[in-house]
Write a protein that binds this ligand. Structure first.
Ligand code: PAF
Length: 278
């Protein structure tokens, strides 16, 4: 695997190649099986796979969250080599941002006033700013995003459309721990006890899906809220029942697979998100 630290070296290498089909997997490192699923799919569909590792400060609304983001670069490199990733881009912040450069402002067509955008102010402006930069440097044919971050996935699709870029955004299903907890780099920050407790996010989503014919959405919401309020170390931030394409709130389930339930909660000091689509 070739490792590049600057956008100039990376893009001049890429332009020296003849007609590669480029698959791009952007990450913030602390790689887990969820990332490896993105990379495996990219390897299957593309002739050249580029992964990036960059903890993008402009998408964090809390310094504490940014500073505590796990950094496991040497084991990440081992994992990437094992999976035959072709190129890794690990830039320094100065390679991507000018001094004091802020995130650009975007409008995502109704996808961004709710959920993650509501609770993490400016988050998607930061994500879109860095993704636009990466797309301009790497010019991938396909880019891979996990369904775990459903709102991010839809925002990136919208961004690609707005910028009129010829990039296919490929969605990859969520990979889970044995207890159902969605894989996330933040899981590394959970104590063994909290790793177990955190499975209640997915269990709640599964409960709602299994009981969609038995209770109204309002009743399901209230039941889950009550369960969370009984757990001292868990703090439910939101539980939203939405259309899985528009993210607009729904009040009844549809039969067509367009239903999504999205959840965010703190387990101890660690903020986790998850969703289920059915
Ligand atoms: O999902 C992530 O890890 C980040 O939001 C991304 C897409 C790498 C942008 O920084």
């Amino acid at each position: 695997m070739l490792i590049f630290n600057t956008k100039n070296d990376l893009s001049s290498y890429l332009s020296s190649l003849t007609d590669p089909l480029i698959g791009f997997v952007p990450t913030m490192g602390a790689l887990h099986d969820g990332h490896l699923a993105l990379l495996r799919k990219a390897k299957k569909q593309c002739s050249l796979v580029v992964c990036s590792i960059f903890v993008n400060h402009t998408q964090f609304d809390s310094k504490e969250d940014f500073n505590s983001y796990p950094n496991t670069l040497s084991s990440d490199i081992t994992k990437l080599e094992k999976i035959n990733c072709d190129l890794l881009y690990v830039p320094d912040v100065s390679d991507l941002y000018a001094i004091d450069e802020k995130a650009k402002h975007f409008n995502f067509n109704g996808l961004d006033p709710q959920m993650e955008a509501k609770f993490r102010k400016g988050h998607f402006d930061g994500v879109a700013t860095i993704i636009e930069k990466f797309f301009n440097i790497i010019k991938p044919h396909k880019a891979y995003f996990g369904q775990k971050d459903l709102q991010q996935l839809l925002v990136v699709k919208q961004l690609t459309k707005q910028l009129n870029l010829p990039i296919e955004i490929v969605s990859v299903p969520t990979i889970r721990e044995e207890n159902g907890l969605a894989m996330s780099s933040r899981n590394k920050l959970l104590s063994p006890k909290h790793l177990e407790t955190a499975s209640m996010l997915y269990k709640s989503l599964e409960f709602c899906k299994a009981n969609k014919g038995n209770f109204s959405i309002t009743d399901l919401k209230n039941r889950i809220k009550t369960q969370f309020s009984e757990q001292l170390e868990v703090d439910l931030e939101y539980l939203e029942f939405v259309n899985s394409n528009s993210l607009q709130t729904i009040s009844v389930f549809k039969e067509n697979g367009d239903n999504a339930i999205c959840i965010a909660a703190f387990v101890g000091r660690v903020r986790l998100i998850d969703n289920i689509i059915f």
